[in-house]
Ligand binder design. Structure first.
Ligand code: PLP
Length: 408
């Protein structure tokens, strides 16, 4: 066990012996980059020329009027190239891969956003790319699988376990153990063994740095409350990091799925169903049974459907710095509908968890208060799930016609 990389009681690096040297190399290169001001400058340049940064904050005037409480602003991570905050992390890791002189990247993906972002980065930097994805997620996120393949990546459907994100992570680690010399594992969230949680949170801190500056420029003050959805925790860590040292309330919103009492959810920090354990190389809250076996998780949003959570957020929960809440699938669909109709903005199902919770709290706050919601991604990828949930008859007809064309 490596004692470095702990956040309070959480984190660490529980590694198979064979990977220790690879992690040491990664930690060394990451630490050098972090101490090199030119690296962050180059990273910001790359993100502005390639990924539309800085992303704006949008004043949601119509939603504000609708709820009649706090003023609502949205940080527009959906405007990143490839449609989500995932680009921040993968482009940063891509620069590190170049520094390490490796030629192949692998990644796991749930919703597919991280997979598309990694395949895009690999195309741009000229790396070979393999993406591991649970078979269930392959089925529900086919558009993203299509794009990953077109971008030149090999997508491997994982048939082990419950065939979702945690199984894809296990498979990616298996690949890494056998191919570590030329391969870097681009982990997609602020989880996993040290230095991944800290490193991913660092790349994502570009969101919070910008948001803080934008609020000071525009409003001359900081928001009252900041909402972000929590899967592994990378977009939440990103936006929260701009406000950790301020008197700003931070709210992480997890997937309450069919309800916190239903057993069908993915809430680790806002439910009593999770407990502290060690898995996938790190220590945090996991949804596990008394024998330490991982439980099945559920969320309408594939990107939130994960059994573990960032050790940094587990620590913030224990310290009371971040409040954790849940939003149900039904509340999420309603939040997507309302945001589209009122603002002409389509949040990803993941991001809509943050919207749903903010909408509950906005009316109870005063017009002097400011809410900031991190829109971690855009909802285009979710068209099949959203159309199903909305029971849209014209969409169904379109699918039937399309299937007929394929002689189904
Ligand atoms: C758009 C979007 N938001 C949020 C998440 C959840 O990840 P994290 O908690 O690391 O931000 C995902 C994961 O795939 C995602 O695609």
């Amino acid at each position: 066990m490596n004692k470095r990389g702990y956040f309070g009681n959480f984190g660490g690096a529980f590694l198979p012996e064979i990977l220790v040297a690879t992690f040491d190399e990664l930690e060394r290169v990451y630490t050098e980059a972090r101490n090199d001001p030119i690296f962050w400058h180059d990273y910001e340049q790359l993100m502005s020329s390639y990924s539309c940064r800085p992303t704006p904050i949008t004043y949601a005037e119509n939603l504000t009027r609708h709820f009649g409480g706090a003023r609502i602003f949205i940080k527009r991570e959906d405007l990143n190239h490839t449609g989500a905050h995932k680009a921040n992390n993968v482009m940063g890791q891509g620069l590190l891969v170049k520094r390490m002189g490796k030629t192949r990247v692998i990644a796991e993906t749930g919703a597919g956003q991280h997979g598309v972002a990694t395949a895009t980065m690999a195309a741009r930097f000229g790396f070979d790319c393999t993406i591991y994805m649970g078979e269930v997620d392959v089925a529900r996120q086919r558009p993203n699988v299509f794009w990953m393949e077109q971008l030149g990546a090999t997508v491997v459907p994982v048939t082990d376990g419950t065939r979702i994100l945690k199984d894809a992570i296990n498979e990616a680690f298996r690949d890494w153990v056998t191919n570590m010399d030329a391969t870097h594992y681009v982990l997609g969230t602020a989880c996993g063994p040290h230095p991944f949680p800290e490193m991913v949170a660092w790349f994502q801190s570009i969101i919070g740095k910008e948001a803080r500056r934008q609020f000071m420029e525009r409003e001359g003050r900081l928001p009252t409350r900041v909402f972000a959805c929590v899967g592994g925790g990378s977009n939440a860590m990103g936006i929260f990091s701009g406000f950790f040292d301020d008197d700003v309330e931070l709210v992480g919103v997890e997937a309450a799925g069919r309800g916190l009492n239903s057993g069908a959810h993915a809430s680790r920090l806002c439910s009593d169903d999770a407990s502290v354990g060690v898995a996938q190389g790190y220590k945090t809250y996991f949804l596990q049974d008394d024998d330490g076996q991982m439980r099945e998780t559920h969320s309408i949003a594939a990107g939130l459907d994960y059994v573990g959570v960032s050790p940094i957020l587990s620590d913030f929960k224990e310290k009371g710095r971040v409040r954790f809440e849940g939003a149900t699938d039904r509340e999420v669909i309603e939040a997507v509908r309302l945001t589209m109709r009122k603002e002409g903005v389509i949040p990803a199902l993941e991001s809509a968890h943050a919207f749903a919770r903010a909408f509950k709290e906005a009316p109870t706050m005063s017009p002097d208060d400011i809410i900031l919601i991190n829109q971690s991604g855009r909802g285009d990828k979710d068209i099949f799930t959203i159309a199903d949930a909305m029971d849209d008859p014209k969409w169904k007809q379109f699918i039937i016609e399309k299937a007929k064309q394929y002689h189904a």
